[in-house]
Design a binder for this molecule. Structure first.
Ligand code: ADP
Ligand code: MG
Length: 485
């Protein structure tokens, strides 16, 4: 089918549209807190696009299809302990401040004894659609604290609402898009369902099937994206009768009890915790206080199922993503047919070490930086070095540290002329979009057995095409939804 252009609206219609988006969004919880100072009673409408952004339907469907393959791949990576830990150990030498500290936590937890082999991952595989290659290309695979699954359905509903109430059409009547072409993500319910797979497993194993345990969400102080998290919490309670309690990472030690007499069961305010769900602990800033590392170690040694465990979190390192782009390595984790499903979604990614490939990368980084992004082992946005900035950055650090980075070819997404609504202002101009597919898997880290593996919804984030980064909370981007063509 041919692709529709964006609706063209007169100024008066545009004003009405902003009014409708604002009030529909505010009444449905499409909210974030603005940057500091944090005032609990003053959230704002999350930044959104005013129209859905075109995305090829076949590629969207493909991204959904391959999510369980990606989930399986990363589960198998963790089950291959020796391989994973040898890489992480090496990486921790060069990236002391984060990978190194997570690795330390893991070693300490091992010393204390890791009693729970089953772990849960709520993941998000991010892609951009590269029009030249006519393929979705993976930006990264996230295994910790994936966000916007709670807000994504709400943007879809805003766009659906505007479409159904005739606001997108010139005559102010009739729908502009086919309803089916604006898919609404089910990631809010899906993430709750993923968490429940862990709760249910725990209840069966340790509580004779009684639904009497809770999820403990470990959060950051003054979380700006709290409403994204709350949506998941509410679905957990409404759909699965499971309570979710929130605790800040730094306050874990003073508020939980690991009962040695009960096989290291974890208790919070008297509730037995079946799943520890991290919406924190993914950046070095959070661990400035050494006590926070003890919190992470303490939880790791408890009987509760961790979402994610330290090893599952570490499997999402950019270094692992780079190593998996080697076909022989990939083939050792998944079947030939699974390889053929996901291999085309890989970009070329180079190591920056002393290997032959690493030498090529070191040369390319200086001779042809315009084609690349240099990435450290970090999450959460704002850490990458782009194009012409790469040579001077590399020169500014010790060469022995280069190994902690990967060099990735740039993806070239199509620019669309959508408009972003942020803080009541319209930002017009080109935007580019990143599609995220959420997944969930529950598995045994020792033997690799996968108990549950699901695809649980989507997210489209867009950013101004002139910006390198796309973080919504970081102020670079916005939440979007697609119009499938
Ligand atoms: P983080 O873990 O900080 O989210 P990402 O790998 O997702 O790091 O990179 C952050 C952003 O940088 C992405 O959301 C995307 O906008 C941009 N980006 C990353 N890799 C590429 C790439 N290969 N080509 C184009 N843009 C990229
Ligand atoms: Mg990212």
């Amino acid at each position: 089918m041919s692709q529709k252009t964006f609706p063209r609206l007169e100024d008066e219609q545009l004003r009405k549209l902003i009014h409708e988006i604002s009030q529909f969004g505010l009444s449905n919880g499409l909210l974030m807190y603005p940057p500091a100072p944090y005032k609990e009673y003053q959230p704002v409408l999350a930044p959104v696009t005013i129209f859905p952004t075109p995305f090829p339907k076949a590629k969207y469907e493909k991204s959904l299809e391959i999510q369980t393959v990606y989930n399986k791949l990363y589960a198998n990576v963790v089950a291959e302990h020796k391989w994973l830990t040898s890489i992480i150990k090496q990486l921790s030498i060069h990236d002391k401040s984060f990978t190194g500290r997570l690795w330390d936590c893991y070693l300490k937890a091992q010393e204390n004894g890791i009693v729970q082999n089953v772990s849960l991952a709520l993941t998000r595989s991010d892609y951009m659609y590269d029009e030249l290659a006519d393929e979705i290309k993976q930006v990264e695979f996230n295994t910790v604290s994936v966000s916007f699954g709670g807000l994504s359905p709400k943007v879809g509903k805003v766009h659906q609402y505007l479409n159904k109430t005739g606001i997108y059409s010139k005559e102010s009547s009739g729908t502009y898009y086919e309803t089916d072409d604006l898919p609404i993500s089910e990631s809010d319910v899906g993430l709750a369902r993923g968490l429940y797979s862990g709760v249910e497993y725990y209840n069966k194993q340790y509580l004779s099937g009684k639904n009497e345990s809770i999820v403990l969400m470990v959060v950051q102080e003054n979380e700006r994206n709290a409403f994204d998290q709350r949506a998941i919490e509410h679905h957990l309670l409404n759909k699965y009768e499971v309570i979710c309690k929130r605790v800040e990472l730094g306050k874990v030690m003073s508020s939980v009890k690991v009962d040695k007499n009960k096989g290291n069961k974890l208790f919070y305010e008297g509730y037995e915790v079946s799943v520890v769900y991290y919406r924190s602990a993914y950046g070095p800033d959070e661990f400035e206080d050494a006590a926070t590392w003890d919190c992470r170690t303490c939880l790791e040694s408890s009987l509760a199922i961790k979402c994610p465990s330290l090893l599952t979190q570490l499997s999402g390192s950019k270094k692992i993503q780079q190593l998996l782009t080697d076909k022989t390595t990939l083939q050792s984790f998944i079947s030939e047919s699974e390889v053929s499903q996901i291999y085309p979604t890989f970009c070329k990614i180079y190591p920056m070490d002393n290997s032959e490939e690493g030498q090529i990368a070191r040369r390319l980084a200086f001779e042809n930086p315009g084609n690349f992004v240099l990435k450290p082992q970090r999450e959460g946005g704002g850490n990458n070095i782009y194009m012409e900035d790469i040579p001077s950055f590399l020169n500014s650090i010790d060469e022995s540290e280069w190994e902690a980075y990967i060099l990735m070819e740039l993806i070239h997404p199509k620019t669309h002329k959508n408009t972003i609504l942020r803080n009541g202002e319209l930002l017009s101009g080109g935007i580019v979009s990143e599609l995220g597919i959420f997944g969930s898997y529950l598995f045994n880290e020792q033997n690799g057995e996968i108990v549950d593996n699901q695809t649980i919804g989507h997210l489209l984030r867009s950013k101004s095409s002139s910006s390198n980064e796309g973080g919504v909370a970081a102020g670079f981007g916005c939440v979007d939804n697609m119009y499938l063509y």
